[in-house]
Design a protein around this ligand. Structure first.
Ligand code: GLC
Length: 409
């Protein structure tokens, strides 16, 4: 039987519903997203010199962690190495890393230390399964290296991540696209064999018993994967074409960008409103999913002001309504176009997101429910039973502009 995360680790992860995703690397210098090397067909020899420009003098790990904490985020997942192959920490397995740039520092070490100083916030790592510049991944013919050399590197880096930065929240994998496996016309996708997941996941669960493994989103869950991931949409939805629509019985996580890019993109100003983001958080929680919201810091090492503002707004809402998100599980009151629900044992939280009339209609509210009140200040609300339907009336002045949470007991 494949090893899994400890029940304690799984519970921590699910209870802490909201995380910060961080896409940061050499691509942040170009400011055209993290896929720029691929989309603009930049050869590794032309991309590598960016390392000599990497000098994010405004990077401050404590500030990033504080921004997450103010947002109500409880874990950070950072790109330890994205598809371009550049490592954000002082790995012993590559020279292509931050400590060999003018910056010289190890941002992941600094973030791990900053998380350790701030209780309640854990670090986790994104790790790219593919590597657009590794000789054993991309240039096997030319280099005479074998797939096993690449696996040694990949598994070796995961081992480093699992042993050098304390207790982790999760390991997050990305970049296994089997359909592209042998596509000679597009060498960026040239994989070569299996990633030996069984071995990889076993190692993680042995070294980090409380860290969850989050699956590469395109796959149906494999043994050893603890969380089913969804990208840019809610579980079962696939508006952006990234997800399987198969929803497994595993706990879930939805990852999402604030604008349209993961890595910093200087012309992408299409930022979702804080209201929309709170709705995604509530809808994720109502379906038993965490919400991992991305920031793409600049080459100077700063989280965009417009993103920090959104995060603070979410944090303000969570200060009043966090009880309806943290520590909850999927709701049993079915979602409608107006509302979704979460639940903690016998307490049900109805998140009213839209109003189509004066009252909100709910089905499947357990008979034991007697009272309704506004979660943020305890104001009692009128609750009426009409056959199988429960009707809640929320006066205008009590409505939260983002999400009005009603506690049912
Ligand atoms: C996609 C992209 C990648 C990004 C990831 C985050 O799979 O390849 O750039 O890191 O989504 O979910």
């Amino acid at each position: 039987m494949a090893k899994q995360v400890s029940s304690q680790g799984l519970q921590w992860f699910q209870d802490n519903r909201f995380g910060m995703f961080i896409h940061w690397g050499l691509y942040s210098i170009l400011g055209r997203g993290e896929w720029v090397m691929h989309f603009e067909r930049i050869a590794p020899a032309d991309y590598h010199p960016l390392a000599q420009q990497f000098n994010p003098i405004r990077f401050n790990a404590d500030e990033w962690v504080n921004t997450a904490a103010d947002a109500g985020q409880k874990y950070l997942v950072i790109t330890s190495r994205h598809h371009d192959g550049f490592s954000l920490y002082d790995t012993a397995l590559s020279d292509y890393k931050t400590t060999n740039t003018p910056f010289k520092r190890d941002p992941i070490r600094e973030l791990a230390d900053a998380c350790a100083r701030r209780s309640g916030i854990k670090l986790g790592f994104y790790s790219s399964l593919l590597d657009w510049q590794h000789p054993a991944y991309r240039f096997r013919k030319e280099s005479g290296l074998a797939w096993s050399d690449y696996l040694g590197f990949l598994h070796g880096q995961v081992r480093e991540l699992c042993t050098q930065f304390g207790d982790l929240a999760c390991l997050w994998f990305d970049g296994d696209w089997p359909r592209h496996a042998i596509d000679e016309s597009n060498t960026h996708f040239l994989a070569g064999g299996s990633f030996e997941y069984e071995k990889l996941y076993d190692m993680i669960h042995t070294l980090q018993p409380h860290a969850v493994v989050i699956n590469n989103r395109h796959e149906d869950p494999l043994p050893g994967e603890d969380i089913q991931g969804f990208e840019q949409d809610l579980p079962g939805m696939n508006s952006a074409g990234f997800n399987t629509t198969q929803v497994s019985t595993l706990p879930k996580e939805v990852c999402m960008t604030i604008n349209g890019n993961w890595g910093y993109h200087h012309t992408d100003h299409n930022h979702k409103s804080a209201r929309r983001l709170v709705h995604f958080l509530a809808r994720s929680a109502s379906g038993g999913a965490n919400f991992l919201l991305n920031v793409g810091p600049t080459a100077e090492g700063e989280i965009l002001t417009v993103h920090a503002r959104r995060l603070r707004q979410m944090g303000t809402w969570l200060k009043l309504n966090g009880e309806s998100i943290y520590g909850t599980r999927a709701g049993i009151i079915p979602p409608t176009a107006e509302s979704v629900s979460t639940r903690r044992e016998n307490v049900h939280y109805v998140h009213v997101l839209e109003y189509f009339s004066d009252s909100v209609l709910l089905e499947n509210v357990p008979d034991s429910v007697q009272q309704a009140r506004l979660l943020c200040d305890g104001t009692p609300l009128h609750l009426e039973r009409r056959d199988t339907t429960t009707v809640l009336t929320i006066p205008d002045e009590l409505r939260d502009p983002f999400d009005t949470v009603i506690e049912l007991r």
